[in-house]
Design a protein around this ligand. Structure first.
Ligand code: 13P
Ligand code: SF4
Length: 300
């Protein structure tokens, strides 16, 4: 049996569901029951009837799935698959930030720990940040953690005044240069740039469209000739499902090491040994769930 056949046999035997984030390797995405961006995967996890969910992504995503679906056992095949951006704010730092701006509501990007979510008023993802900001009155100053770039872009789009924490995704912050874009634009003058809102402001400003990974996938269904400014494994996947289209990555080396920690071997081991279960302490989960549910209500 091949490793993929073993995974399939175990998945059926255990009635498990495999969810994969859009940044997962092509082989993982091909095997998964569902793929998606952070919001889509949160909704899929919440609605899943499966008792066993194997989450191919990073820890904050698996934690979110575990909180939204407490009936299921949620597994993360690579125990140390974290998110450096999520680690850029601790709950103690958030408490201090709130104390400096009394009364200001806190929006936290899902790329954050469960404890930070628990200390926030509402969560958001890259696909609903504008809508979440607009759910507050225009007169209200909002705090946003941890991604400064998503905060800046969404504040502009929503017309809200936002004080942002200075966190960032190293891949999106350091992965893309305007000089690279200039070179690609010379080579492909009629291509449209799609940028993730985690990108630096100059890349976001230059983009034809600023979208979540799910939004980019939808856009690619109907369009051709694209330059993609996000994690490059996602561009590999787009090229894999649309081999006839002309799609280039702004930087083929901009890759998330943490997303890449999951492979077919640890996915199989995860199913075999039911490891590594992701659990959130109940008192934190109860509070964080409120922020997540508020986000899901707003994005309906
Ligand atoms: P999406 O929700 O757009 O897939 O983004 C998740 C992420 O971690 C981007 O770096
Ligand atoms: Fe975190 Fe960036 Fe990796 Fe997304 S790409 S999981 S934000 S480190």
């Amino acid at each position: 049996m091949t490793i993929a056949e073993k995974i399939n046999a175990l998945r059926i035997q255990k009635k498990a569901v495999i969810l994969a984030h859009n940044y997962q390797a092509v082989a993982i995405q091909d095997l998964a029951d569902h793929r998606g961006d952070s919001l889509q995967l949160s909704i899929l996890a919440q609605q899943s009837k499966a008792k066993l969910i194997v989450f191919c992504g990073v820890r904050f995503m698996a934690e979110t799935a575990a909180m939204l679906n407490p009936e299921a056992k949620v597994l993360l095949p690579a125990q140390d698959a974290g998110c450096p951006m999520a680690d850029m704010i601790t709950v103690e730092q958030l408490r201090l930030f709130k104390a400096q701006h009394p009364g200001a509501p806190v929006i936290c990007y899902v790329n954050s720990s469960a404890a930070v979510k628990a200390e926030s008023d509402v969560c958001c993802t890259s696909s609903n940040a504008v809508k979440v900001m607009q759910s507050f009155p225009a007169s209200q100053t909002l705090l946003f953690v941890p991604d400064v770039h998503l905060a800046t872009w969404a504040a502009k789009r929503s017309g809200r005044k936002v004080i942002a924490w200075e966190g960032y995704c190293p891949i999106h912050e350091w992965g893309f240069e305007t000089s690279q874009l200039k070179r690609l634009r010379q080579k492909y003058p009629d291509y449209t740039l799609l940028a993730h809102p985690e990108c630096d402001d100059d890349i976001v400003e230059a983009a034809g469209h600023v979208l979540s990974t799910g939004g980019m996938l939808e856009y690619t269904k109907k369009h051709d000739k694209l330059i993609i400014a996000t994690e490059a494994t996602f561009t590999d996947y787009l090229k894999h499902i649309y081999p006839e289209k002309q799609i280039v990555a702004l930087n083929t080396r901009a890759r998330c090491k943490n997303m890449a920690k999951i492979d077919l071997h640890n996915l199989l081991e995860s199913l075999e040994k039911e490891q590594f279960e992701v659990q959130v302490p109940p008192e934190i989960a109860a509070k964080a769930l409120k922020s997540l549910q508020r986000m899901l209500e707003i994005s309906r």
